[in-house]
Structures are given as structure tokens and as C-alpha cells.
Design a protein around this ligand. Sequence first.
Ligand SMILES: [Zn+2]
Length: 147
Amino acid sequence: MHEWSVADAVIRTVVNWASENHVTQVKKVKVGIPSFSFLDVEILKEAFDTMKGDSPLDKAELEVVFKDPIFKCRNCGLTFSLKDVSDQLESLKGEFGEEYPLHLMPALAPSFLKCPRCGSHDIVAETQDITIDGIEVEESGTAQTVG
Ligand SMILES: [Zn+2]
């Protein structure tokens, strides 16, 4: 059911934004979702389409972009993403397969990853919010994207 409250929050935010900016027709809403949030995109889109109803969003399409988690080393302060530790991930996948534990639980990062700069295991997963990364509107025949 989490998908429905996310869709509701996105719709409310965009409807408020549209009324403040005198936008009458939104074409597309792009949302960034942390890849570890376990949201089902199909359910989210269904919820969005069901709830957007009679609003400037009634013809809007929802586009979902997954954001990779960000980690921070508490020893040296380095911030890094999964891309920066791809070699470590490869060996994890070799050991555990595609459903490697970190894939499911970012909080387990300190057990499985070390800082690519100093090698410390004292790392934390930074919390990421769901963000609205772009809104495409129809304004006198031209589409424009605002972020
Ligand atoms: Zn470090």
C-alpha cells in the first residue's frame, strides 16, 4: 500500500505546484525513487493513474527513475555510490549470486563493503528521499520541462 501514499504525495505536490504556477495541463511527472525502497513501479503508476483524476494531471504520465544509494565513509568522509565499489559488488555477486544481501538491504553495507579510499568498514547508507525531478507541461502548444 506504500505505493498509494507515494502517488498521493506526488500528485498533491504537483497539483500545488501547478496552481502556484498557473499551469493547466501537466504532461509528464518524473520522480526519482531510491532503488532500495522496494516500490513496485507498476502499482505506483496504477495508483497515480487512478488518483490523478480531475486535476491538471488528468493526462499526465508518470516516469520513474531509480536512484542508486549513496554511502558515506565515517572514517575519511568520502561519499561514494555503488559504481565506485563495482569491483567489490562483483565479488559479492560471485559469492552470493544476483540476490546478494546488499542488493536487498543497504543498511548491511558496512558488513559487505569497504571504503574505496581508506578501506574502512565504518560506512553508512545515506537516506534518500523520493524526489520530483522534472515536470513537463503543455503551455500554448509547446512542451517545457521544469525541474
Ligand atoms: Zn574512507
